[in-house]
Design a protein around this ligand. Structure first.
Ligand code: ADP
Ligand code: MG
Length: 537
């Protein structure tokens, strides 16, 4: 290993050794090679370009997508005694001119810019008159339409590089490793004979679990109650969900904060800091939160809603356990979320891509094989063994002959001429005289009340299973009405049997201990077994 590099690592960053992957990236750059490094979140990608930046004669320009991310990095570098600066829209015109003036005089080794800046005339003039040793593209998946946060201005980076008097080294970094994204980065950036470094995506200290539950709030309350001293993140799909859950937890006396794009800058910054410095160890956030956040002791991440893709999911759960200690991830999976996301995806302008991504996410959520294998295979890594550290491994699903249950549901769908959605279907099965039921006269159907013995929550679960098994489809363009498939017909008419997974309930024996403000409420809890017995505490 390059001795100067090790020395730099020690002197400026205080670390003795490079981590897996860092070494080969640093060496390649120092040998003047282009690099594409694909490493999971928390692997330490920043050092891979910062260390060589300090050892090369000219300036390194780092392109990063988020202002907050640049600011944090520059702050950290300055504290380590490294001259670095950022140039972005948070600065005034005169501040930018001053920074460029200092930079032209050789003041900074590393300059962070937003991609839009590369098209700015003043900046281009500056870049053409100084020595630029390297252009680094951080979060390089932003270049790809397959990536989760496509940024059109990333595509123009290559023009910027071409306009420079000499070609600098180009290095690109991302945590997204799908083939499509990888190829997009390689092509769009025109990397020249690059060294491609991909390090293991396996995060062995993360426990993966999925909960098919409807009473999400109860789960969250109970979880926090059981892990009172731990720091955790709850991701919700919408600002409204964030706000609602925040109000609820706040009312219950939980030390909680929130983060979403609807809050002003100042509040976001404050809330983020409250979380990072453990003043409020729990944060509820939309996916706007987290990029570039380096908090080592996050013990759990709960996804209140299904994410749109495995990339986003993996990046978000990756914020847990950066210190390497055992940490927990829980994904809430509900039929409602799936229907809504599928609707969004089919209405989006990248319909095929988005639907495919969602399907992969769905496969993870519905898996009855080791979840880690699914995640790793998504990122192109194959394993031959089950991990033993996910809910499926800990608790393999048990099945029973659910033919009659499936027949009841399908028969109800058939008798309504396939004109109902899941909510009405459950009303019919349970014998509820809801407005939708009586409005259509469904109370007269033979199947009305035929599933009264099964609680609504379990129906929800069974219907999800039936959907997964392909017994019916949801017509998203037709008010989410349910349509029986040919394999559904086979079960309905007794030509085949249907195996369903047992839903395991457990009465909570212990009264739930709510923090402070809640009076001694004892909820009549029924939970899935996974929740109470296999989640590592
Ligand atoms: P990434 O960008 O890959 O998500 P970061 O660059 O933000 O990750 O680094 C994550 C954390 O790992 C940081 O706190 C960083 O200081 C730490 N780190 C990076 N390299 C090393 C190393 N060689 N030894 C110890 N800690 C490291
Ligand atoms: Mg990073």
């Amino acid at each position: 290993m390059n001795r100067q590099a090790v020395q730099t690592l020690k002197t400026y960053f205080g670390y003795d050794t490079f981590r897996e992957g860092q070494e080969s990236v640093v060496e390649s750059i120092l040998e003047h090679r282009d690099v594409l490094a694909i490493m999971p979140t928390g692997a330490g990608k920043s050092l891979c370009y910062q260390v060589p930046a300090l050892l090369m004669s000219g300036i390194t320009i780092v392109i990063a997508p988020l202002i907050s991310l640049m600011q944090d990095q520059v702050k950290a570098l300055n504290e380590a005694g490294i001259h670095a600066a950022f140039i972005n829209s948070s600065l005034s015109e005169s501040q930018i001119s001053k920074a460029l003036y200092l930079a032209a005089g050789g003041r900074y080794k590393i300059i962070y810019v937003a991609p839009e800046r590369l098209e700015n005339y003043e900046f281009l003039e500056f870049a053409r008159q100084v020595e630029i040793s390297m252009v680094t593209v951080d979060e390089a998946h932003c270049i790809s339409q397959w990536g989760q946060d496509f940024r059109p201005s990333y595509v123009k980076i290559v023009d910027f590089v071409k306009n420079l008097p000499g070609r600098p080294i180009v290095s690109a970094f991302t945590a997204t490793a799908t083939e499509e994204v990888k190829n997009d980065i390689l092509c769009t950036l025109s990397l020249a004979d690059p060294e491609v470094v991909i390090t293991g995506f396996d995060r062995k200290n993360l426990y993966y679990s999925v909960e098919n539950i409807r009473r999400k709030d109860d789960f969250v309350m109970d979880y926090i109650d059981r892990h009172p001293t731990e720091s955790g993140i709850i991701y919700c799909s919408t600002r409204k969900n964030v706000d609602n859950l925040f109000e609820l937890l706040f009312q219950k006396g939980v030390a909680v904060t929130r983060y979403h794009a609807g809050l002003n800058n100042e509040t976001r910054k404050k809330n983020q800091d409250d979380f990072i410095y453990d003043r409020t160890p729990v944060i509820i956030a939309t996916n706007a939160f987290g990029m570039g956040i380096d908090k080592s002791n996050v013990r759990w991440v709960i996804h209140y809603n299904l994410p749109k893709s495995i990339e986003s999911f993996y990046q978000e759960i990756g914020r847990a356990g950066r210190d390497g200690l055992p940490s927990n991830t829980v994904l809430f999976y509900s039929l409602g979320d799936l229907i809504l996301l599928t609707k969004f995806a089919s209405e989006s302008n990248q319909q095929n891509i988005n639907l495919e991504k969602l399907q992969r996410m769905q496969q993870y959520a519905e898996a009855d094989i080791c979840r880690r294998r699914i995640l790793l295979s998504y990122f192109g890594e194959t394993t031959t063994e089950d991990c033993g550290n996910c809910d499926v491994c800990k608790n393999p699903p048990q099945r029973f002959d659910g033919t009659v249950i499936v027949q009841k549901a399908l028969s109800a769908i058939a008798r309504t001429e396939q004109q109902i959605s899941t909510g009405v279907l459950i009303d019919i099965l349970r014998g509820n005289y809801s407005a939708e039921v009586t409005g259509k006269g469904y109370q007269e159907l033979k199947t009305f009340g035929a599933g009264r013995d099964i609680p609504p929550r379990d129906w929800q679960d069974y219907l999800l299973q039936m959907l997964q098994l392909g017994y019916f489809e949801i017509a998203y363009n037709e008010n989410n009405h349910l349509k029986i498939t040919s394999s559904g017909s086979d079960v309905l008419f007794g030509r085949t049997q249907a195996a369903l997974v047992v839903i395991q309930h457990e009465e909570a024996v212990m009264p739930v201990r709510w923090p402070r403000s809640q009076p001694s409420a004892t909820l009549p809890f029924r939970t899935r077994r996974l929740w109470t017995s296999t989640t590592p505490s």
